[in-house]
Design a protein around this ligand. Structure first.
Ligand code: CA
Length: 644
């Protein structure tokens, strides 16, 4: 009986393949090729880089309460055209982008009626797709219950993934907050801690190349998603967990028709260059509103990372305003409990004082309504429109430049709407926004012009909290450069020059990385506003060359180039602003990193400043003439900066 069944299935598949539709289209340079088909009456796709299969044949489809569009589908055709767009964006890795891609709109029918389009974009670096749903008779709203969207990786693939945490866990039941550790070069077939993985997800396809999977264009009209694995090499899109946001809200997406879902993005390359340099999160989205004013980006200081909660007092913040002014910085970030420990009137005084010194204030807020136990204040000011707008009107009156909103409740649609509401309200009052304890930004730099950066990483606070994080600092940085920070601005809050994470610089967790490493990560980590973990005492106790560098390091960039690196081991990248190039490297490997680099951005004979470490991690700066090739050595936990 079993044998007969198998034969019948085989016959059925031959029969359907005879009728299956298949369409192939390629990137503008012809190297990335996507094939879409409806074999077996379901939608599937595969991606090749030249002749190499990088994403094997993988499922597509979407399940809604007006129809299950994961089966009984027929592809009626794909309309293919070239899409070109140019845009400028100061807040990302590249200030001007000329985007070109092949767009294919593939239409699917069920029972002879069109039910959806799957829209593909294939640029020279990236493949992206999304679903377009349409009204059905009088049905003009729908619930998207799940997606079949999958990513079948080749068998040789290893993974660099960080587990999604369970909801309502961790500090004051604030998880998931996208602050988990990666496992390097891990086997496929696992599912994190049982709940999959946070985006972006990096895969190494043996010696063939790299694949980075993420998503973009997520706002209040959908849920944010994660990557799940049921065992094996197929990863699939997962919607939020029921317990997120203290159980409030559905795990599904409620949509108005017609509706285009967020883009699933796949960045592919032989080396990590395409992943470091990709602009796909921004290419596929559009601004949702205009900037209400020209926002001021730049550098700032932040007492909390060294001095913790007790440092959020009037005198210390005044001292940090003076410190920022001495550094030529544009801002000071005042962290939690300022409402109690400083008060609104005195904050207004500090803002006025800062203004006389050219230093603006960022203020910390708790996002919380009902979704976790975080006790930090101000609380109850950001979760509802009336309170939020009243607070922001006060901020505008006293001249607050930005906010850092912490402790969000997950990825459900209600939370995505809250992110969007905070951003759009803040823009009305000319306020920039940084998110912490939060999800990954998904194209938000372009969608929301007053959006600055998100945490969504094991950030510098962990260096204060535990020696283990200090010991792993370089290892983690060598991951972020190729994973987290490639898809969005990352508010890490680093570049520490204290030896210890304490105000007296004598006790607490101990920094094991070098001063040159601190300089290198100021460039390696990208965010248009950087609040560094520097302290006023660093003006006298840190090397003058390090302070001088930190005074002038840019935070906005025109271009980024991958030079060399391996996730978790070492990273060498270059960033450009105007005609100035900064080539920076860090090393986490036990062995000193020895490399011969060709750096064509520096014309032979150009005078360069080279910041380097000796074997004991003692840094120094020297002036050198650019040559054809540079022989470099970076010790473990050390750094390198070469700039013109
Ligand atoms: Ca955090």
């Amino acid at each position: 009986m079993k044998k007969i069944m198998l034969t019948m299935l085989a016959a059925a598949s031959i029969w359907s393949s005879a009728w299956a539709a298949e369409k192939t289209f390629s990137s503008p340079d012809g190297k990335l090729t996507v094939t879409v088909d409806d074999l077996g009456n379901a939608a599937s796709y595969q991606v090749k880089l030249e002749e190499t299969e990088m994403v094997c044949r993988s499922p597509l489809g979407i399940k809604t309460n007006m129809g299950d569009y994961t089966k009984q589908l027929t592809m009626t055709g794909c309309e293919v055209k070239t899409v070109k767009e140019s845009y400028d964006l100061r807040t990302i890795k590249q200030s001007h982008v000329d985007y070109e891609a092949t767009e294919a709109v593939c239409s699917f029918e069920q029972g002879g009626k069109k039910v959806m389009d799957i829209i593909f974009r294939v640029s020279n670096r990236d493949v992206a797709y999304r679903y377009q749903l349409y009204p059905k008779g009088d049905t003009r709203v729908a619930v998207v219950e799940s997606e079949a969207s999958g990513f079948q990786l080749p068998d040789v693939t290893t993974t660099f993934l960080c587990p999604q945490s369970r909801p309502m866990g961790g500090f004051a039941r604030t998880s998931p907050s996208y602050e988990t550790s990666y496992t390097d070069d891990d086997k496929m077939g696992k599912n994190g801690w049982g709940e999959g993985y946070s985006f972006p997800c990096l895969f190494r396809v043996g010696s063939e190349g790299w694949v980075l999977i993420s998503e973009t264009g997520v706002d209040g009209s959908y849920v944010a998603s994660r990557l799940l694995n049921d065992g094996g090499s197929l990863y699939r899109i997962g919607f939020p967990q029921p317990g997120e946001c203290n159980g409030w809200g559905a795990t599904s997406a409620s949509v108005a028709l017609p509706c285009a879902t967020p883009w699933r993005t796949i960045t592919i390359g032989r080396t990590l260059a395409n992943i470091v340099e990709t602009t796909v999160p921004f290419d596929l989205v559009a601004p949702k509103y205009k900037a209400s004013q020209e926002y001021i980006y730049g550098k700032g200081s932040w007492s909390w990372i060294i001095g913790m909660d007790s440092s959020c007092n009037y005198d210390e913040q005044k001292r940090y305003i003076d410190f920022s002014a001495a550094m030529g910085y544009q801002s000071v970030l005042i962290d939690a409990f300022w409402d109690k420990q400083i008060g609104y009137e005195k904050i207004a005084e500090l803002a006025a004082y800062g203004k006389t010194k050219g230093v603006g204030l960022f203020l910390w807020y708790n996002s919380n309504g009902t979704w976790n136990d975080a006790p930090q204040t101000p609380i109850g000011k950001m979760d509802k429109s009336r309170e939020r707008r009243a607070e922001m009107a006060w901020m505008k009156k006293v001249g607050i430049r930005g906010i850092k909103v912490d402790f969000f409740g997950g990825d459900k649609q209600n939370m995505m709407q809250l992110y969007e509401d905070i951003l759009s309200d803040a823009n009305d009052f000319g306020i920039m926004v940084i998110f912490h304890g939060c999800t990954l930004p998904r194209g938000w730099e372009r969608m929301y012009p007053n959006y600055v950066a998100s945490e969504a990483v094991l950030a510098s606070e962990n260096l204060h909290f535990g020696q283990g994080s200090c010991d792993a600092e370089a290892h983690n940085a060598a991951l972020h450069a190729f994973i987290r920070n490639t898809v969005g601005s990352m508010d890490f809050g680093g570049s520490t020059l204290n030896k210890y994470y304490s105000a007296d610089n004598k006790r607490g967790t101990h920094r094991v990385t070098s001063d040159v490493y601190a300089l290198a990560t100021a460039v390696l980590f990208q965010s248009p506003v950087q609040h560094f973990a520097l302290a006023p005492n660093n003006l006298t106790d840190a090397p003058a060359w390090a302070i001088d560098f930190m005074k002038t390091v840019p935070t906005t960039w025109d271009e980024v180039k991958f030079i060399d690196g391996y996730p978790g081991k070492y990273a060498i990248i270059a960033r450009r602003t105007g005609t100035k190039w900064f080539v920076v490297g860090i090393n986490a490997d036990d062995q000193p990193l020895k490399k011969t680099l060709t750096l064509p951005m520096f014309e032979k004979g150009t005078e360069l400043q080279v910041y380097a470490d000796d074997t004991q991690l003692n840094g120094s700066v020297s002036t050198q003439k650019a040559k054809k090739q540079f022989t470099i050595t970076i010790p473990k936990n050390g750094g390198l900066v070469i700039k013109n």
